[in-house]
Design a protein. Structure first.
Length: 276
């Protein structure tokens, strides 16, 4: 395991483990390992043991709930909630919607208008899944990497959308979208951008889940690897970054562990007396 640093934000109570009994896991590159193309058995066992020990456990991902279901992770075990779309949609333990932040009609129309103007491959995911054009090489790369089902190709039919992504080459200039009021871009990988409502991120989605549960906003441990985990890692009482994570994220971690391809989640939770 990678050498780590423990900070004052980590405490134990009565030898039973981390005092804030809430654990939040990113999916891709954290809970789900893309080297092996699976959830490690040890990682799944760790999640089950956490819940047996009274922890609330939740997945928090850039994936809409439907995309997480396509991967199969929501069906693997019981969860106490789900935060999808990097904070856009929040669900309870029965996967019933608690809150959602849809784009306005004006924002959505302008995104697709600019997509047509600049010949950009745009995807809606969630309840309404479609692509505006056949997969380009950059979209194909991301879909393969994230084990996503390819949706139908069609135009936007004025539906209310909550999760929109676009795909282009690494050096692509996305500044044409800066004109859309209330929209900002997140970069889950080098060839994909997610359109987000300004001020919405994984941390804000977790706050809504914490309100639903009745706990302070920052009273959780978080595991992540990507730049869209930044706010979550910073706000968590204890933020853990995977060894395969983005280098720009690691300085914000309380702890950096090994890669998702190794049983490091199980090991660190055991080391911290959260599971046996």
């Amino acid at each position: 395991m990678t050498p780590c640093r423990l900070t004052d934000s980590f405490t134990k109570t009565g030898g039973t483990g981390y005092e804030n009994k809430r654990c939040i896991f990113d999916i891709d590159g954290t809970f789900f390992d893309h080297v092996s193309g699976m959830v490690l058995p040890e990682t799944l066992t760790a999640v089950k043991k956490l819940r047996e020990n009274g922890y609330k456990v939740c997945l928090c991902s850039g994936r809409a709930k439907e995309m997480a279901e396509q991967l199969g992770v929501l069906q693997m075990t019981a969860w106490d909630g789900y935060v999808g779309g990097a904070g856009v949609s929040v669900y309870n333990e029965r996967m019933e919607l608690i809150s959602e932040h849809a784009f306005t009609r004006e924002q959505t129309a302008r995104i697709f208008e600019l997509g047509r103007q600049y010949d950009i491959c745009i995807q809606s995911h969630g309840t309404y899944e479609f692509m505006t054009k056949p997969l380009n090489p950059y979209a194909r790369q991301t879909f393969a990497e994230f084990h996503c089902k390819v949706p139908e190709v069609r135009d936007w039919h004025d539906e209310p959308l909550v999760a929109i992504s676009a795909y282009e080459k690494k050096s692509f200039d996305w500044s044409m979208f800066d004109e859309i009021e209330g929209i900002e871009l997140q970069h889950p990988n080098d060839t994909c951008v997610d359109f987000m409502q300004c001020g919405i991120n994984k941390a804000t989605g977790i706050r809504e889940l914490m309100d639903f549960w009745g706990f302070p906003h920052d009273s959780y441990m978080a595991f992540g690897d990507s730049l869209n985990d930044m706010e979550m890692i910073q706000e968590a009482a204890y933020g853990i970054v995977m060894g395969n994570g983005k280098d720009a994220l690691k300085p914000y971690a309380d702890l950096v562990i090994g890669p998702s391809s190794e049983a490091v989640i199980y090991q660190i939770l055991k080391e911290l007396h959260m599971i046996d």
